[in-house]
Design a binder for this molecule. Structure first.
Ligand code: NAP
Length: 291
């Protein structure tokens, strides 16, 4: 049986640490969460963020705007919170409805409040390996591996998935950490063969059972970022839909060295990492103010 990379344990440790540090601050940090539409999965992730915020002593303002909203109206809301000195971090819950240009919206977040690190400015820092907010999922993956003493330096790491806001930031973060990174995607041929030659596999796709027991070997470290839902029979079961990753966990976990479960793996880490980013950015702003 593999070592289980339990993100909830790490998340709870981060929560305890953050709560201690935040309790010493004169002003509690405030996070603004903007949601467009009412996707049940987005609402669920936002609830997890609000719960974590409560645990660590962060105030949250959560605005839900209708799906029919115009881009200019969204931008105007973001600008208001950019100018609000009582708000220290801003996130726009992704994915946005298809008709909305996500990059355009995200790029209006003030760079010193961009706690998800997804503005072009902060992404360019990531590309250059300069210090700054690392996108939460990427920071979560690195901290999960680090907690379980699985070093990435010099390791052959395969990131499967190349999306701008998840796959690529994970690959760049691991590259900055000293891993030798390969990126696979939907056009990649012979994925099974490529996987065999790698040491750490990070799946960021969104396809159940993409990684099967036949593709892995003992010694592999598998991080499953994918989130897929097994549909319930009734529409009202949506809240209770079973969540699974990209990896056939039951079979793969019998072979590999280490594996992160879904749920309870990277998802939990992503929430914690977001608040670590908020704390880091807020304390930097305070330090600048104080001289
Ligand atoms: P996305 O934009 O749909 O990107 C999926 C990526 O997977 C694309 O790069 C795509 O390649 C690639 N792909 C699709 N089919 C493939 C295949 N058969 N073999 C290899 N690569 C394939 O999705 P995303 O926003 O990056 O999210 C990916 C997954 O991560 C989703 O399940 C999402 O829910 C989950 N997620 C989890 C967390 C967390 O905290 N755990 C956070 C964010 C996202 P092309 O580029 O060639 O199309």
């Amino acid at each position: 049986m593999s070592m289980i990379l339990d993100g909830r344990i790490v998340r709870d440790k981060i929560a305890a640490l953050l709560s201690k540090k935040i309790s010493k601050m004169a002003v509690r940090p405030t996070l603004f969460i903007l949601q467009i539409g009412d996707r049940p999965d987005s609402s669920k992730y936002i609830r997890a963020k609000k719960n974590f915020a409560r645990r660590v002593g962060v105030d949250v303002i959560h605005n839900v705007l209708p799906i029919s909203i115009l881009e200019e109206e969204i931008i105007s809301v973001i600008k208001n919170y950019n100018d609000d000195h009582n708000v220290h971090g801003i996130i726009v819950q992704l994915p946005l409805p298809k008709k909305i240009d996500a990059a355009k919206i995200l790029n209006h977040i003030a760079t010193d409040k961009d706690v998800d690190g997804l503005t072009d400015f902060n992404m360019s820092k990531l590309l250059r390996g300069a210090p700054g907010a690392v996108p939460a999922t990427a920071r979560g993956v690195v901290e999960l591996l680090d907690f379980y003493k699985l070093p990435v330096v010099g390791k052959k790491v395969l990131v499967i998935g190349r999306s701008n806001y998840v796959g690529k930031p994970i690959a760049l973060t691991l590259l900055n950490e000293g891993a030798t990174v390969m990126i696979a995607h939907s056009k990649t041929k012979n994925l099974g063969k490529i996987i065999k030659d790698q040491e750490i596999i990070i799946s960021v796709v969104g396809k159940p059972n993409l990684i099967s027991d036949r593709m892995v070997r003992p010694g592999h470290v598998i991080v499953d970022v994918g989130i897929n839902t097994k549909k319930g029979k009734l529409e009202e079961e949506i809240e209770n839909k079973k969540i699974i990753g990209d990896v056939d966990f039951e079979k793969v976990s019998k072979i590999v060295k280490a594996i992160s479960p879904v749920p309870g793996g990277v998802g939990a880490m992503t929430v914690a990492a977001l608040f670590e980013n908020l704390y880091d950015m807020y304390s930097q702003t305070l330090n600048k103010k104080n001289g």
